[in-house]
Design a protein around this ligand. Sequence first.
Ligand SMILES: NC(=O)c1ccc[n+]([C@@H]2O[C@H](COP(=O)([O-])OP(=O)(O)OC[C@H]3O[C@@H](n4cnc5c(N)ncnc54)[C@H](O)[C@@H]3O)[C@@H](O)[C@H]2O)c1
Ligand SMILES: [Zn+2]
Length: 375
Amino acid sequence: MTAPLGQSKPIVVPVALGARSYDIVIGRELLASLGVRIKTLRPGARVAIVTDETVAAHHLAATETALKAAGIDGARILVPAGEGSKSYATFEKVCEAIIAARVERNDLIVALGGGVIGDLAGFAASCVRRGLDFVQVPTTLLAQVDSSVGGKTGINSRQGKNLIGAFHQPALVIADTALLDTLPKREFRAGYAEVAKYGLLGDAAFFAWLEKNWQDVFAGGSAREHAIAVCCRAKAGIVGRDEHETGERALLNLGHTFGHALEAGCGFSSRLLHGEAVALGIALAFEFSAKKGLIAASDAARASTHLAAVSLPTQVKDVPGGVPPVDVLMDLIAQDKKVRRGSLTFILVRGIGEAFIEKNVDATEVRAFLTDKLK
Ligand SMILES: NC(=O)c1ccc[n+]([C@@H]2O[C@H](COP(=O)([O-])OP(=O)(O)OC[C@H]3O[C@@H](n4cnc5c(N)ncnc54)[C@H](O)[C@@H]3O)[C@@H](O)[C@H]2O)c1
Ligand SMILES: [Zn+2]
């Protein structure tokens, strides 16, 4: 299938959360309609756009043009690109800049960027004036399928990632799939790990579709829009049923327990991007499930074959510079998840598309598995 790159009708995915419900609008070249959509959502509102310097260079002018065309007045707040901006210092600057821009209770914050900007601007929106509404305009694949939806916002503590934050749902999400054309290939690929995750955790038919169509998703036609919409529908469904992660929402952490430990073990450096760590973590979660006799070895092989086909890491040896020893990884796993008398919580699988929450994973079993993998 060679998908056309032209404009087609946007796909709308509703997130049903009572009074806090909102739409995710997905389509190519949607950014031009941002002003009109904001005007419809909140007539008379002013906006403050929070973005990073890299995204600003590519997409800020078009964003401001779209707002101006609808007669919307907007301030711009720029922060440096990268995870380092999810800090107290940058958070303070963003909050002060929002107040200085005279953004009031009825106005809107626009988060234009990847997961870093969505988390930072969303958290600032949740705090300034005890809560401002905000619009997510995600510009990475990861942000379009994951971080812009569901209302988790926050910054990093010196003691760990995402430890300071709030649940604050956006009022609207505009996912323009054309914005991903400027994203470096490696970042796109890392975001794709989260796309594959949705198939592997709960939708075997979608995973089979990805196995056939992933090249078209990368190419950017209607297959990309379709894939993003499937992921957003899945996340919207889960968040609608379990907004505050007391149960089912934890399934979205498939691959993340091993993944976070590896990511932290590499010092959150460019050696291993979050999505790359997730791909490797998913491959390990499948292998671990096979080792426990929950799935056939062929299912584990199928998951990692697909991730490897898109050039994502699936083996510990794929990490440039290597990973830390088992003791360090086990400490990181214990920090990441609640440990109760030597038991860990993991997302395991009973098949492709059949993830479940296992609260009683024996830490010694995990240690033995990782020791074997690190040989
Ligand atoms: N809130 C949630 O539910 C949730 C879920 C998953 C991840 N996250 C968070 O998301 C963050 C990672 O997000 P990310 O991977 O989007 O990282 P990011 O926001 O740092 O973006 C990655 C890089 O791509 C650049 N970039 C972004 N859009 C671009 C574009 N269209 N063209 C060119 N360059 C572009 C950015 O400047 C940055 O350098 C982490 O902090 C993670 O904790 C949050
Ligand atoms: Zn993730």
